[in-house]
Write a protein that binds this ligand. Structure first.
Ligand code: NAD
Ligand code: DAU
Length: 398
C-alpha cells in the first residue's frame, strides 16, 4: 500500500486528484493537509474525509512541527503538493502571502520529507533515501511567462508526429493562435507575483534535487476547468454570473489566449508522473486546446442557454429569465495588470515518455462542467458565502 501526503486537497485540483486516486486505487492511503483558506472547503471533500483510506489534517504547510508529526505517524511514500495561493488577481493585490505559502511552504515540505526519507549519506556526503519515495511539485505553465499571439483567429495546428496526431485528433481542437509553445526547455520568465512565487518554488525543488539528490518531479500544467472550481476564476465565475443574470466581466479586449484542460486529465497526468516519471524531470501537462477568453465566455453562454431550452427542469436554478442569457451580458472591463497574452503547452514529452494525452474534448468538458454546477448550486452558495462577496465587490464593483 502506498501512502500519499496531499497538501491542498481541499482546493480545486487537489480534491479532483484525491477523488481520482481513491476511485482508481483500492489499496491506498491519502493524508490531506489543508489550511482551509478561502479557497479550501471541506464540502469539496465531504465524502472523501469519511473514507477509511483518508486522514484529514487542518494546518499550514509552513508549520514544521505539524508536517513532521504527519511523517512520524505515517509511512509517507509520496508528497504531491497542490497547496498554494493560486489566483493571479489576488497576487496583484496582496503579493506577500503568495511568497510565504508558495515558496516557504514548499521549502518546509521538502525539508521535512528529506529528513524523514533519508537513510544515511554516501561517500560524497549526499543523502541516500528510502526506495520508491518521491516529492511532486504541482506547478504551472505560468512560470514560462507569456507567448506571442501571432494570429487574430486560430489557425490549424499541424502536428508533425503522426502517432500523437492519431491519438488526439478527435479529442482536441488542434488549433493555435501562435507559432511558439512552452516546452520543458523554455526559460523560466514569470511576470506576476503569483507566477514568480511558483517559479521560485520550482527552483527550490530543483535545488533540493541537485544539492541533496532528492527524488522529485515537477509538473507544469495549463489552465484547468471542471467541478469544484472556485468562482473567482474565469469559467466558474462566468457560469455563476450567467445563472443570476449578472454581467460577465471580460478583461481588456477578451483576446488573451489560454490552453484549457479538463481537471481529471490533469489528475491522470500527475498519477502517471508520480508512478513513472523519471526522477528530477519536469513534465508539461496540457495542450492543443487554445482559446481566446471571449470565445470561452460565448461558448459558456450558448451552452447554458441550450441546456435551459432543452431541459426546462433546470430553470429552477436560474435567478434570471432565460431570454436574458445572451451576449448582452458581456462587459469589457479594465485589463489585468501585466496580463499574460497567451499560454500554450507542448505536451510531447509526457505524451511520448509516459503515454499521457488530453482525453476530454473541450465542448464535452465544458458541458459536463456546466451540468455539474447546475446540479451543485449548494456547493457554490457555500463557497461563495464568506470572503467571496467582499472580494467580488472590491474586484468588480469599484
Ligand atoms: P486552489 O486555490 O483551488 O486550492 C489551493 C488549496 O491550497 C486550498 O485548499 C487552500 O486551502 C490550500 N492552501 C493554501 N495555502 C495553504 C497553506 N499555507 N497550507 C496548507 N494549505 C493551503 O488551487 P488550485 O486551482 O486547485 O491549484 C492547485 C495547485 O495547482 C496550485 O499549486 C496551482 O499553482 C497549481 N495549478 C493550478 C492550475 C489551475 O488552472 N487552477 C493550473 C496549473 C497549476
Ligand atoms: O495557466 C495556469 C494558471 O491558470 C494557474 O497557474 C492559476 O493558478 C490559475 O488561476 C489560472 O490562471 P489564469 O490567470 O489564467 O486564470 P483565470 O481564470 O484567473 O483567468 C483566465 C483568463 O480570463 C485570463 O486571461 C484572465 C481572464 N479573466 C479572468 C477573470 C477572473 C477575465 O477576463 N475576467 C475575469 O473576471
Amino acid at each position: 500500500m502506498k501512502t500519499y501526503l496531499v497538501p491542498g486537497a481541499a482546493g480545486f485540483i487537489g480534491a479532483n486528484f484525491t477523488k481520482y486516486m481513491l476511485k482508481k486505487y483500492e489499496d491506498i492511503k491519502i493524508v490531506i493537509l489543508d489550511k482551509l483558506t478561502y479557497a479550501g472547503n471541506l464540502g469539496t471533500i465531504k465524502d472523501e474525509i469519511k473514507d477509511d483510506r483518508v486522514e484529514f489534517v487542518k494546518g499550514d504547510i509552513k508549520n514544521r512541527e505539524l508536517v513532521d508529526n504527519i511523517f512520524y505517524r505515517n509511512n509517507i511514500d509520496y508528497v504531491v503538493n497542490f497547496a498554494a495561493e493560486s489566483h493571479v488577481d489576488r497576487s496583484i493585490e496582496n503579493p506577500q502571502i503568495f511568497l510565504e505559502t508558495n515558496i516557504l511552504g514548499t521549502q518546509n515540505l521538502l525539508d521535512v520529507a528529506k529528513a524523514h526519507w533519508m537513510l544515511g549519506k554516501d561517500e560524497g556526503g549526499y543523502p541516500i533515501y528510502k526506495d520508491g519515495v518521491k516529492y511532486l511539485q504541482v506547478s504551472t505553465d505560468e512560470v514560462y511567462g507569456s507567448l506571442s499571439k501571432d494570429y487574430e483567429e486560430a489557425i490549424d495546428l499541424l502536428l508533425e508526429d503522426e502517432e500523437v496526431k492519431q491519438v488526439v485528433k478527435d479529442r482536441v481542437n488542434l488549433k493555435t493562435y501562435g507559432d511558439n509553445f512552452f516546452t520543458e526547455e523554455t526559460p523560466i520568465d514569470p511576470r506576476s507575483p503569483y507566477s514568480s512565487s511558483k517559479a521560485s518554488a520550482d527552483m527550490i525543488v530543483m535545488a533540493y534535487a541537485e544539492t541533496y539528490k532528492m527524488p522529485v518531479n515537477i509538473t507544469r500544467c495549463s489552465n484547468n476547468y471542471g467541478p469544484y472550481h472556485f468562482p473567482e476564476k474565469l469559467i466558474p465565475l462566468i457560469i455563476k454570473n450567467i445563472l443570476s443574470g449578472k454581467k460577465l466581466p471580460v478583461y481588456g479586449d477578451g483576446k488573451n489566449v489560454r490552453d484549457w484542460l479538463y481537471v481529471e486529465d490533469h489528475a491522470q497526468a500527475i498519477d502517471m508522473v508520480v508512478n513513472n516519471g523519471r526522477l528530477g524531470e519536469v513534465y508539461n501537462v496540457g495542450g492543443f486546446n487554445e482559446e481566446q477568453n471571449i470565445n470561452i465566455v460565448k461558448l459558456t453562454i450558448d451552452t447554458i442557454a441550450k441546456i435551459m431550452k432543452e431541459e426546462p427542469e433546470y430553470s429552477k436554478v436560474l435567478k434570471t429569465d432565460l431570454e436574458n442569457i445572451n451576449y448582452d451580458l458581456i462587459i469589457f472591463v479594465k485589463d489585468r495588470l501585466g496580463h499574460d497574452m497567451r499560454y500554450a503547452i507542448d505536451p510531447t514529452k509526457i505524451a511520448t515518455e509516459l503515454g499521457w494525452y488530453p482525453e476530454t474534448n473541450f465542448e464535452d468538458g465544458i458541458e459536463k462542467t456546466i451540468r455539474w454546477y447546475l446540479d451543485n448550486q449548494e456547493w457554490v452558495e457555500e463557497v461563495a458565502s464568506g470572503d467571496y462577496q467582499k472580494y467580488y465587490k472590491q474586484m468588480y464593483e469599484n
